[in-house]
Write a new protein. Sequence first.
Length: 382
Amino acid sequence: MRIPCLRLHIEIRRKATKKSTIISSWAKSGIYPLDPSVVINKMVNPLSSLSLEVAERDLPGYITPGLSSNHSSDFRDDSNEEEVGESSRDIHQNTHRNEGIPMMPSTPPTVIWNNVYTPQLNLRQIKQYEGYVALRIESSISSGVPLTPSVLHVNEKVRKAHTTLALNGITATQEVRRLKEKSLRRAERDEGTIIIANYEPITVYDARLRVAKDQHNRRANQDAELRRYYAKEVRDEAVYLRRWLFSVRKLLRSSSKEYHPIEQHRSQPSYSQEMMKRLKKKKMMKKKKKKKKKKKKKKKKKKKKKKKKKKKKKKKKKKKKKKKKKKKKKKKKKKKKKKKKKKKKKKKKKKKKKKKKKKKKKKKKKIMIYQLKILLKLGRMS
């Protein structure tokens, strides 16, 4: 569907962009032949208060000013009212154009307040009505004379004009908001689209292939950049670690040369000696507990072995009574069992050796930790 649409669009454009159509559009806009009056006659001076307010009627939801039912003038048609307003505007503008004077605000004509229509949506005219009502209220307050029906009629017309202005403003703001949201959505949609082919139509399959290739290359470049950045960080960290280790080793060498444990032990106070005794007692208690646990384990193993031996003897007696042929098989089984036992013993010996080595290492570590604690305490005391 897309390819025939594009072809038709190209044909329509070729037929529409003719010499005659271009010249006619230029003539309507006053470009060729040059005629500035085409545009100037349509322009309105924004400084004049009596200028045409075309934009208000074009707004969506525009509400025309109504008429009140309390006065005899309300029975007239809305069409007559609009014709009067438009004719007064046209006369005002034509007089200025004929005289060649620029459109500027002039003094408003006198108003007959007894027969007044709703004011046009013009702030100057509404203020004139409001001023009249305020002046009549002040005079009635000062003199004590009640307000006439004409003043009430004018006040109601002003109120109607205010409501129409408010409604037009609300609808205009809603429309502006809707248009802004629409433009934002369109902008987001345009950002998501990608131009693949600029000159000729392209099939969907080719377009998908191109998009997939572009995405693959983009992701590959991103992964390569991440790998490069990670390798750089590792190199920088390795250099920093080498320097740090070198400085630590240097400090340890100098401290080990200066350290003399005998002199420090002599210079220690009585409190440190008491702490040493407590630590030794704790170590002795731990060793005793470990020995007791080992003895219990050994006793349990011996009991299990005795039970096994008794069971084996009983089985042997039963087997001898049954058949002599089974003796050979029994001998073979015994040999296998002996081999297994030897293997087990060897494994146990190896485990014991490993445990002893681990214990020695732990002891060395504890001694080193203890020495470091003493050094820290001495440093604090000094």
